[in-house]
Write a protein that binds this ligand. Structure first.
Ligand SMILES: [Zn+2]
Length: 121
C-alpha cells in the first residue's frame, strides 16, 4: 500500500478516542462470529480493542482508531512486511495459548483477510 493514500484513508475514517472508549464489548470473541462485527477491532490482527491502551498510535502520537498497539505504533506497522498468512498463523498461535476453541480460531482465520490492512492490497 502507498503511504500517502493510506494516511488519507486513515485520517478520513478515524474516530476520536473518546468515541472508541465508549464502545464496550461483552465478549469480543463472540462478536467475531457475527457477519458484521460490532465494536472496535484491530484492522490488522482482529484483536478486540476495548481499553484506550489497546489502541495503537498515529504519527502524531494520538491514538489510532483502527489498529492495536501490537500492530501499529507512531503511524507505522510494527511488522510492515508481514503477510496475511503470517498474521493468521501468529494469531492462531496466540489464541491456542489462550485456550480459545479451535472452532473460534477458524472463524478468526476467515475474518482476518477481510480486515482493512489486508483488503487494501
Ligand atoms: Zn493488531
Amino acid at each position: 500500500m502507498k503511504g500517502s493514500k493510506f494516511f488519507g484513508i486513515h485520517l478520513s475514517t478515524a474516530k476520536t478516542v473518546d468515541e472508541c472508549g465508549k464502545i464496550t464489548l461483552k465478549n469480543g470473541v463472540e462478536n467475531m462470529n457475527a457477519t458484521k462485527p460490532q465494536g472496535q477491532f484491530c484492522q490488522s490482527c482482529a484483536m478486540p480493542m476495548q481499553k484506550p491502551e489497546d489502541f495503537g498510535t498515529d504519527a502524531g502520537g494520538s491514538k489510532s482508531a483502527e489498529y492495536c498497539r501490537y500492530c501499529f505504533q507512531n503511524g507505522r506497522f510494527t511488522e510492515p512486511d508481514m503477510t496475511v498468512e503470517q498474521m493468521i498463523e501468529k494469531c492462531a498461535a496466540i489464541m491456542k495459548q489462550m485456550n480459545i476453541p479451535a472452532e473460534q480460531i477458524k472463524q478468526t482465520e476467515k475474518f482476518i483477510p477481510m480486515l482493512k490492512r489486508w483488503k487494501a492490497k
